[in-house]
Design a protein around this ligand. Structure first.
Ligand SMILES: [Zn+2]
Length: 438
């Protein structure tokens, strides 16, 4: 069997992947905070780790592959967006969760096996916070629950930051209720009129970090095989998830492999940001007429741990590549995947190598099966090209009609032959000429 190797952020090296449970493989990807439309950089982890889930299902057909991806539907950004609109937070989260699902479907990202919402897992978060207080790893102060960083000697192993960087990165203003400036909030009070739940510490709402830890424990178990997300989540989010889960579970690790994808930048700009006005959403790209599969290929064109520069040229190249692959694959049924493509993907998801090997495949059934590993060539060639080039066809049909009128039958035949070469059949009738695809 092909051996999967994955780069583990915690170990700082590529490691052979062995699932812990012979019956199942478990994976958790930190999901979206649903208060705005996903930009193309937000979509990268979901496409990359969808690819990993597909690969795991291919490599372990006899095991259940469980992929969980949460929906963060309570957060200060959501509360602010709802207040700006004068609506309940649930109005904002329902709308953007729906748009997120549409974007993911367009990008060929499979629905995860489990999709827990934060607001439906509050009891699990409160229970974990209580346990952390009992073990001396957290404390209550002024209605807040905070994780006490100095109580955990293992804290900082994932991001390998020094203490000053961790204090700065805790991103909370050092408040009077903090025992240590690096301590991170797990829960905070909600004033009257704000979304909140009753807790042993008064009415409040959860902090982001405890959400994933509690949902992993409740829906999958104490230790999962793979925890994944963007590079920007290593600290403070994953560092805190890792620490609190380990402390709450008597030292059992949260995840056996930690995977992180690199950043996406816009060509010619340092980064994508609202202030620079260069934020490109998935929805906008789809509205411009780009196919979801083209965007998916563009997102997979660089190795997932490398930065990816997004540009119109990248999108155009991806479209041209897919057109070529669809022409080669035609309407063939799937055969067996090419071992070279599979080996490239099994080597820490080396998509650039896998794609270059894919382009060299001549046998249509092999090409289809190998592309399917990447979630590509998901339709038949006819529907892929449907609607494209119709303007050119209409123009040629009009030119042929004009040629016939001028009794230039040689030219009329030449146009008919040219169109037939592209699989376009013409039918002359009393009303004129219609065309259809062969
Ligand atoms: Zn998370």
């Amino acid at each position: 069997m092909t051996q999967l190797r994955l780069y583990d952020t915690l170990a700082r090296e590529k490691r052979a992947f062995e699932p812990a449970d012979p019956g199942r493989v478990t994976m958790y990807v930190c999901g979206p905070t649903v208060y705005n439309r996903a930009h193309i950089g937000n979509a990268r982890p979901f496409v990359v780790f969808d690819l990993l889930a597909r690969l795991l299902r291919h490599l372990y057909p006899e095991r259940e592959v469980i992929l969980a991806r949460n929906i963060t539907d309570v957060d200060d950004k959501i509360i602010r967006a709802a207040a700006d609109e004068g609506v309940d937070p649930s109005v904002v989260t329902a709308r953007f969760e729906q748009l997120f699902q549409e974007d993911m479907a367009a990008l060929g990202v499979h629905r995860p096996s489990i999709e827990p919402r934060a607001t439906e897992n509050i009891a699990a978060m409160i229970a974990m916070a209580q346990r952390l207080i009992q073990t001396g790893n957290a404390y209550e102060a002024d209605g807040h629950v905070l994780f006490h960083v100095p109580s955990d000697p293992g804290y900082g192993a994932l991001g390998r930051r020094d203490r000053d960087a961790m204090v700065a990165g805790a991103r909370v203003e050092v408040a009077t209720y903090q025992t240590d400036p690096a301590d991170c909030v797990r829960g905070k009070p909600s004033p009257e009129g704000m979304i909140g739940w009753d807790s042993p510490w008064g009415r409040g709402r959860p902090g982001w970090h405890i959400e994933c830890s509690a949902m992993i424990e409740r829906h999958i178990g104490e230790t999962i095989d793979i925890h994944a997300g963007g590079l920007d989540l290593i600290f403070p989010h994953h560092e805190n998830e890792l620490a609190q889960s380990r402390c709450a579970h008597g030292g059992a690790p949260l995840a056996r492999y930690w995977l992180h994808n690199g950043f996406l930048s816009m060509a010619g700009a340092e980064k994508m940001s609202k202030s620079l006005g260069n934020v490109v959403t998935v929805g906008e790209l789809l509205r411009q007429g780009h196919k979801g599969e083209v965007l998916r290929l563009a997102l997979l064109s660089a190795h997932y741990r490398q930065p990816l520069e997004w540009s119109d040229q990248l999108v155009a190249q991806s479209k041209a590549t897919l057109d070529r692959l669809y022409r080669s694959a035609s309407n063939a049924e799937r055969g067996d995947a090419d071992p070279g493509v599979l080996d490239a993907l099994a080597d820490d998801l080396n998509t650039p190598l896998a794609l270059s090997r894919l382009s060299g495949l001549a046998d249509p059934p092999t090409l289809r099966a190998s592309a399917a590993l990447l979630g590509l060539l998901g339709q038949d060639a006819l529907s892929w090209f449907q609607g494209e080039g119709d303007v050119r066809i209409d123009e040629l049909v009009a030119a042929r009609t004009a040629a016939k009128k001028a009794r230039n039958f040689a030219e009329a035949d030449r146009i008919r032959t040219e169109l037939a070469g592209d699989g376009i059949l013409l039918e002359d009738n009393a009303a004129g000429t219609t065309w259809r695809r062969a």
